[in-house]
Design a protein around this ligand. Structure first.
Ligand SMILES: [Zn+2]
Length: 411
């Protein structure tokens, strides 16, 4: 017997019923007969597979009130955050991460890849906290953890060992940050060697700079191909791509495509952090979302930072990131706004290697029902997420009420 039926929602533009049994989608068709005890009336509302946050930092969320804000010529957000990390306890990290995850679920997220910082400042306290939160949220949100070297690995002799220890603790992804070490290629080589030794996926914070000489994504793509790791490597940021001339940019994008690299743009953080010097410039740091997609690269959008020195107004709402991307990357045509929602659903699911994700029979019933009749309306009006389902169970429900008062008849 079915457990839930979602009635009349719009799937790929057509009204459909979705029958859910034992946490999975049993059938999708119009007018399904079902005696499911839970019946959700989604008539005329957009139904999407659950949002997937592919790059987010719950361990350093909600600390904006502990440090001064950014200013031209002042300390970088990394420096400000490194100081704060020394005082992070396991309980403090878990408390803030739980708050971030709760907000993400409320906004339609059903799966998340979170970077957990590992360095001499915070040790493995972030891993311990996030593993605790991971088991707390089982059944509500799938949380994939990345062993992430935000501070680089060649400044001291502690971090490399800690990263290996985190992989032994079961983290399935290794995260590098080449621009935090002087020898970027040596940093990248270490991460490839270690990922191969532990048989884990790779996820780099890559190319944060506005200096084309600092570009690393081409080297990472070459290494990916040489080692036969196509499809297992993800790159977040890719800000430097935006500074390249057209020909080298096209070459780099082609290489990323051939290497099966998953690209993740983090527009809210780039818009806050980049172009902060006094020099006149228009660079805002957001990568070439449209060009990457047109070349066949798997592109996603993610939230990255939540209320910290990197993005004081960051909030884990991927519908918001779709609007930010539409504004910054000139993606406002109706057809563009339709595919922008792929960048927060099916594309990041591919980047994370999810195998039973999507709106097809047999897939895990992770769904979000939006209070909109089209993707453009959903993005433009930043509509409410009426229901969020994780494995067929309603894990969040939202309503918004409003009245416009004082207007005469006829309005
Ligand atoms: Zn990040």
């Amino acid at each position: 017997m079915d457990d839930v039926i979602v009635h009349g929602g719009l799937v790929a533009g057509q009204p459909q019923d979705i029958a859910i049994q034992d946490g999975r989608i049993r059938a999708i068709a119009p007018g399904l007969a079902s005696t499911a005890p839970t019946r959700l009336d989604a008539t005329g509302k957009l139904v999407l597979p659950g949002f997937v946050e592919s790059h987010i930092h719950p361990d350093k969320a909600f600390v904006a009130d502990r440090a001064p804000g950014l200013r031209a010529g002042g300390p970088t957000p990394q420096v400000l955050l490194a100081e704060l990390k020394k005082a992070f306890t396991v309980d403090d990290i878990a408390h803030r991460a739980r708050r971030a995850l709760r907000e993400a679920v409320r906004h339609g997220c059903t799966t998340m890849r979170a970077h957990v910082e590992i360095d001499p400042y915070v040790g493995l306290r972030g891993v311990e906290a996030l593993q605790r939160v991971q088991s707390d949220c089982a059944g509500v949100l799938d949380l994939q953890l990345v062993a992430f070297a935000q501070e680089g690995i060649f400044h001291e002799d502690v971090t490399q060992g800690l990263l290996r220890e985190a992989l032994q603790m079961g983290l399935p992804v290794l995260g590098g940050c080449p621009y935090m070490d002087a020898e970027q290629h040596r940093h990248i080589d270490w991460f490839f060697d270690t990922a191969e030794a532990y048989n884990v996926r790779l996820d780099f914070h890559a190319d944060s700079s506005d200096d084309p000489a600092m570009l690393t994504c081409t080297y990472i793509a070459e290494q990916t191909i040489a080692r036969g790791l196509q499809g297992r490597v993800t790159l977040g940021h890719l800000c430097t791509l935006d500074m390249l001339e057209a020909a080298p940019r096209a070459h780099a994008i082609d290489l990323l495509q051939r290497a099966g690299i998953h690209a993740i743009s983090l527009p809210a953080t780039e818009l806050h952090v980049k172009g902060r010097s006094d020099a006149p410039r228009t660079w805002r740091g957001v990568t070439r979302i449209n060009e990457l997609r047109e070349a066949g690269v798997n592109v996603s959008l993610s939230t990255n930072n939540i209320v910290n020195t990197f993005t004081p107004y960051g909030h884990p709402d991927l519908l918001r990131q779709a609007l930010v991307a539409a504004m910054v990357a000139h993606l406002g045509n109706l057809e563009q706004m339709a595919w922008l929602l792929d960048l927060v659903t099916v594309n990041p699911a591919r980047a994370l290697g999810l195998t039973d994700y999507g709106l097809q029979p047999g897939c895990q019933a992770d769904l979000v029902v939006l209070d909109a009749g089209s993707p453009a309306q959903a993005i433009t009006e930043q509509v409410e997420k009426l229901w969020v389902l994780k494995a067929g169970r309603v894990v969040a429900r939202n309503t918004r009420t409003s009245e416009v008062l004082g207007w005469g008849e006829g309005f």
